[in-house]
Design a protein around this ligand. Structure first.
Ligand code: XMP
Length: 325
C-alpha cells in the first residue's frame, strides 16, 4: 500500500532530522502503539535506539515472550529487559483495593523504568547522550490533550502518578498524526507480528486488576491459564475482530461448591467479560455464540483445577465498567 509506505518514509525522515546523532530510549508495553513507534524509530536511527521492557509479571501467557523474542526478531532492536516480577509481587502483597493496586503498580513501574534508564546512561558515558524518549501518542490523544508537545519529564508520559523524577527527555512521537487503524497498517508494513499489531486493548496494570482480591503468584497462574484458554477459543472461533476486548476475571475471594468426578469441590469462579465498543467510553456485552461459551467453560473447568464455575458478564457500560476493578 503506497500510502502506508509514504507515511513510513516521511516519519523516518522526520525522526532522523529530530534525533540527529543522539541516542533514544523507548519503553515497550507489549501493546501495539509502543511497538509500532519503536519499530519506526528503529528503522530511522537503528542502533541509536534502545528499548526497555519492564516485566512486571502481570502480563498474560506468552506476552512477555512476544516482546522479548518476536518483536526483537522482527525489528532487530536492542532491548533491555528488567525482570521486576518479584518486586511487583512484594509491593502488591495483601492489597485488595483497586485504586491502591493501580498506584502501587504505577509507582513500581516508574521505579523500574528509571532504574533501567540510569543504568543505560551510566553504561554509555562516553557515547552520545540519551536525550530522546519515544512515545506512542496517537492523533486522538493529541486532540484530547490540547495538542502540546516538546520536552517531558519521565513521569508525565507513563500516565500514572509516582515519584518526583529528574530525567529530562525530548519526546519523539512518530504516531502523532495517525489513527489506530493507520498505526496497525504501518505496523504490518514494518513486518511486526500479527499478534502484536492486532492485540486488543489491555490495561497497563494488567492482570493485577483482574484478580478481585489480593494478588499473589498462584492466583496469577490460575488466571493466566484460564485467560489463555478463553483467548484461544475466541480466536479459533474467528471472533477477535468482533470483540473489543474480553477481560477474564478471577474472583479470588469467592468460593462455590461444585462436583467433579466423584468428589465435591470448593473452587473459584472465573468471569468472562466480552465487550463490543468503539472507544471504551461505552460498551455492550458481546453476544458470543453459546457453542463457543460452552467450549471455553468446559475447557477452563477441566484444565484449571482451582476453577469450578465459569460465569458470563451481561452488563453494558454504563452502568458496568469494562474491567471489574
Ligand atoms: P473501564 O474498566 O474503565 O475501562 O471501562 C476502559 C478501558 O480502559 C482500560 N483500563 C485501563 N488502562 N490503565 C490502563 O492503561 C488502567 O488502570 C486501566 N483501567 C481500565 C480498560 O481495559 C478498557 O480498555
Amino acid at each position: 500500500d503506497w500510502t502506508d509506505a509514504n507515511i513510513i518514509d516521511e516519519q523516518v525522515a522526520l525522526i532522523r532530522e529530530q534525533v540527529g546523532d543522539n541516542r533514544v530510549i523507548c519503553g515497550l508495553s507489549g501493546g501495539v502503539d509502543s511497538a509500532v513507534a519503536a519499530a519506526l524509530v528503529q528503522k530511522a536511527v537503528g542502533d541509536q535506539l534502545t528499548c526497555v521492557f519492564v516485566d512486571h509479571g502481570l502480563l498474560r501467557a506468552g506476552e512477555a515472550e512476544q516482546v522479548e523474542t518476536d518483536f526483537v526478531a522482527a525489528t532487530g532492536v536492542s532491548l533491555k529487559i528488567v525482570d521486576a516480577r518479584l518486586q511487583f509481587l512484594d509491593a502488591l502483597a495483601g492489597v485488595t483495593d483497586p485504586e491502591q493496586k493501580r498506584k502501587i503498580i504505577g509507582r513500581e513501574f516508574i521505579r523500574s523504568f528509571e532504574q533501567a534508564e540510569r543504568e543505560l546512561i551510566a553504561s554509555t558515558e562516553s557515547g552520545p547522550p540519551f536525550s530522546f524518549l519515544v512515545q506512542g501518542t496517537l492523533y486522538p490523544d493529541v486532540v484530547e490533550s490540547g495538542g502540546g508537545t516538546g520536552t517531558a519529564n519521565i513521569k508525565s508520559h507513563h500516565n500514572v502518578g509516582g515519584l518526583p523524577g529528574d530525567l529530562q527527555f525530548s519526546l519523539v512521537e512518530p504516531l502523532r498524526t495517525l489513527f489506530k487503524d493507520e498505526v496497525r497498517r504501518v505496523g504490518l508494513e514494518l513486518g511486526l507480528p500479527e499478534e502484536i499489531v492486532w492485540r486488543q486493548p489491555f490495561p497497563g496494570p494488567g492482570l493485577g486488576i483482574r484478580i478481585v482480591g489480593a494478588v499473589d503468584a498462584s492466583r496469577l497462574e490460575i488466571l493466566r491459564r484460564a485467560d489463555a484458554i478463553a483467548r484461544f477459543e475466541l480466536s479459533a472461533a474467528g471472533l477477535d475482530r468482533d470483540i473489543w476486548q474480553c477481560p477474564v476475571v478471577l474472583l479470588a475471594d469467592v468460593r462455590s461448591v461444585g462436583v467433579q468426578g466423584d468428589g465435591r469441590t470448593y473452587g473459584h469462579p472465573i468471569v468472562l467479560r466480552p465487550v463490543s465498543s468503539e472507544d471504551a467510553m461505552t460498551a455492550d456485552w458481546t453476544r458470543v455464540p453459546y457453542e463457543v461459551l460452552e467450549k471455553i467453560s468446559t475447557r477452563i473447568t477441566n484444565e484449571v483445577r482451582e476453577v469450578n464455575r465459569v460465569v458470563l458478564d451481561v452488563t453494558s457500560k454504563p452502568p458496568g465498567t469494562i474491567e471489574w476493578e
